[in-house]
Design a protein around this ligand. Structure first.
Ligand code: MF3
Ligand code: CO
Ligand code: CO
Length: 249
């Protein structure tokens, strides 16, 4: 079994910088998320913003992914590829940004609403964001990774929504996707301890219907099997001494 990396105190500063840039990309793109805008336009804007800030997109060409951000609309769970699709009123769209700044990776996503939308969509987005924070609050130095999924599942079950099982959070830092995997449901089998010096993401994907997904022929786009709506929020977290820091907040 491989080990989870423990980073040094001096690693926090460059990691914070990468994570803060990823956050700023989302802040920057938010006002452009409007009806009639194509997801490709959002991609170009984010790409240029990242480059202008002396960083690169970690998703561009990652295992062949062709664009600089992921844009996942409505029943798309994750890894939507920006293209000619024009946003319409009522859409929900997750934008997932990972930057590489000086060799450090910062990864964050939010689901935005092209309003007005339905009560269901509004509530799903709200519950998903809350689920992320419930997960973050379950992070305790000396605790276990499985505490995160347990807390998220207990919370999400109350609403009758489902948690995607096919994708997880992950270790991050000098590597984009590192150990461990961070499970968002109650798996009862993640006995690794959360320790000072660890960097990882929490990124629950919550569906209004079935938790089951399928991947489209493009090899990336994950959609809900029943076409139900799906939302996601993601933060990169760092544990420094006894403090849990949301690096992308
Ligand atoms: N940013 C995604 C994550 O949260 C991964 C995207 S990989 C891509 O881990 F290739 F689809 F861009
Ligand atoms: Co991630
Ligand atoms: Co991400």
């Amino acid at each position: 079994m491989s080990e989870i990396k423990i980073y040094k105190k001096e690693d926090f500063e460059p990691m914070r910088n990468a994570c803060q840039l990823a956050k700023r990309v989302l802040d920057y793109i938010e006002p452009y998320i409007q009806e009639n805008t194509t997801t490709e336009k959002l991609d170009t804007l984010c790409h240029d913003f990242i480059i202008a800030n002396n960083a690169t997109s970690a998703t561009l060409n990652y295992k062949g992914f062709p664009k600089s951000i992921c844009t996942s609309v409505n029943h798309v769970v994750c890894h939507g590829i920006p293209g000619s699709y024009k946003l319409v009123k009522g859409d929900i769209i997750n934008i997932d940004v990972t930057v590489n700044l000086n060799g450090w990776f910062g990864d964050t996503s939010r689901t935005f609403i092209v309003g007005p939308t339905t009560k269901l969509a509004e509530n799903l987005v709200k519950v998903t964001q809350e689920a992320l924070y419930i997960g973050i609050n379950a992070v305790k130095p000396g605790g276990y990774f499985e505490d995160i999924g347990k807390a998220i599942q207990e919370f999400v079950d109350k609403y009758g929504y489902s948690i995607v099982k096919d994708y997880c959070g992950h270790g991050i830092g000098r590597v984009y996707h590192d150990e461990p995997i961070v499970i968002h449901y109650d798996s009862g089998e993640q006995r690794q301890r959360i320790l000072p010096g660890m960097f990882f993401t929490i990124e629950p994907m919550i569906n209004a219907g079935s938790h089951k997904i399928k991947i489209l022929k493009d090899g990336w786009t994950a959609v809900t099997i029943d076409k139900s709506l799906s939302a996601q929020f993601e933060h990169t977290i760092g544990v420094i001494d006894n403090t849990v820091e949301i690096l992308t907040a």
